[in-house]
Write a protein that binds this ligand. Structure first.
Ligand code: UDP
Ligand code: MG
Length: 325
C-alpha cells in the first residue's frame, strides 16, 4: 500500500462486541473518502477476544494495522502509541464504542481541506449518560479552563482530526504524562471545532471507572497548570491573616474583657487543626507534582508492545528499545 492520506487511530480495551460494528461503519465511510485510509487499532492489553478479532480483520483487509500492548496502559497511552505509528497526512482519533459517530469524520476532513490543522469534535449533548457523569464533566472542564495556561475548549474529548504536522509535534513531546486533549490545545496551529451529539455506547460497559476518570482529571490539571502549587502560598497567607486576627483578639480580651473564657483551649485547638489541614493539603499538591517529576525522570518507555500486525510495521518516531517487539 502506498502512503495513505488518512489514518484512523482507535484505542481498544475489551471491546469484542463493538469491533465488528465499528469496522462495518468505518469501511462504509472509507469507501466515500477522497483518499486511501489506514486503520490503526491499538489493543490496550484486552483480556477478551478483541485481539483475535483484530488479527482476523488485519488478515483480510490490508488497510488495517494493529499494535498490541503487553498489558493495559490506559486510553491516553493507547492513543499516543497509535499516533507513533500512523503514516497518513490527516489523522483521526476516535473511540471503539461508537460514541464518536464515524460519519462526523467527513465533516472534519472538509475543515482540514479548508486549511485547519486541528479539528476537534465538541459535544452538544451526551445521550444516556448519568447526571453525575454529566455534572462532573461539566464542572471539570470549566475548572480546567480557568486553571490551565492554554485555552482548552470545553466539552471536547479525544475525538479529533489532526494534520501530520501536529502529529509530528505531539510525537516529539517526550513527556510520559499524556493528556492528549490538553497537549493538542497546547500546540496551537489553526484549530476549529465541529459540533456533535455524543451517542450512547454501542455495546459493552464503560471502561472509565470513577477512579480512572479522577486520575485523568488530576493528570489534566497537573499537566497544564501550576496554579495549584500557588494555592499553598495563598493558604499560607490566609492562615497568617487568621493568626494575626487571633493575636488582636487576645490583646483585646486581655485589656477589655478579662473574664472571657474564649482564650485558651479553643484558640489553640482551632489553630492546631487549621494549620494541620493547610499543611497536609499543600503537601498533597506538592506530591502530585513531585510524583509526576519522578515518573518523568525514570525515563521508562511509555508502553511495551507485544505484537504488531500489518504492513509498514515501523513507527514514525524512534522508540525506546523495549517498546519494540
Ligand atoms: N480504552 C483503552 N484503555 C483503557 C480504557 C479505555 O484503550 O484503559 C478505550 C476504550 O476501549 C474506548 C475508549 O478508550 O475505545 C474510551 O473508553 P470509554 O468508552 O470507556 O470511555 P468514555 O466513553 O467514558 O470516555
Ligand atoms: Mg465510551
Amino acid at each position: 500500500m502506498t502512503q495513505p492520506t488518512y489514518s484512523i487511530v482507535i484505542p481498544i480495551f475489551n471491546e469484542e462486541d463493538n469491533i465488528h460494528e465499528m469496522y462495518r461503519r468505518l469501511t462504509g465511510l472509507m469507501e466515500q473518502l477522497d483518499g486511501s485510509t489506514e486503520l490503526i487499532l491499538v489493543d490496550d492489553g484486552s483480556r477478551d477476544s478483541s485481539l483475535s478479532i483484530i488479527r482476523e480483520l488485519q488478515n483480510f483487509d490490508n488497510r488495517v494495522r494493529y499494535i498490541s500492548f503487553a498489558r493495559n496502559f490506559g486510553h491516553q497511552v493507547a492513543v499516543t502509541a497509535g499516533l507513533n505509528f500512523v503514516c497518513g497526512q490527516a489523522v483521526v482519533v476516535m473511540d471503539a464504542d461508537l460514541q464518536d459517530p464515524p460519519e462526523l469524520i467527513s465533516a472534519m476532513i472538509d475543515k482540514w481541506r479548508q486549511g485547519y490543522q486541528v479539528v476537534y469534535a465538541q459535544r452538544t449533548s451526551r445521550k444516556k449518560e448519568t447526571w453525575l457523569k454529566r455534572f462532573t464533566a461539566y464542572v471539570f472542564y470549566r475548572v480546567l479552563r480557568s486553571l490551565a495556561d492554554v485555552d482548552i475548549p470545553a466539552d471536547t474529548g479525544d475525538f479529533c482530526l489532526m494534520d501530520r504536522q501536529v502529529v509530528d509535534v505531539l510525537n516529539a513531546m517526550p513527556e510520559r504524562n499524556r493528556y492528549i486533549r490538553g497537549l493538542r490545545a497546547w500546540v496551537g496551529y489553526r484549530q476549529t471545532s465541529v459540533k456533535f451529539e455524543r451517542d450512547p455506547r454501542f455495546a459493552g460497559k464503560e471502561k472509565y471507572t470513577f477512579g480512572k476518570s479522577w486520575a485523568l482529571a488530576i493528570s489534566g490539571i497537573v499537566s497544564l497548570s501550576r496554579v495549584p502549587l500557588r494555592i499553598a502560598t495563598y493558604l499560607g497567607m490566609l492562615s497568617a491573616a487568621v493568626a494575626l486576627l487571633m493575636i488582636f483578639l487576645m490583646v483585646y480580651w486581655r485589656l477589655f474583657d478579662r473574664n472571657t473564657r474564649l482564650i485558651g483551649y479553643t484558640l489553640i485547638g482551632v489553630a492546631l487543626f487549621f494549620l494541620g489541614s493547610v499543611q497536609l493539603f499543600c503537601i498533597g499538591i506538592l506530591g502530585e507534582y513531585i510524583g509526576r517529576i519522578y515518573e518523568e525522570v525514570k525515563g521508562r518507555p511509555i508502553y511495551t508492545v507485544k505484537e504488531i500486525g500489518g504492513v509498514v510495521p515501523k513507527p514514525t518516531v524512534s522508540l525506546h528499545k523495549s517498546q519494540m517487539m
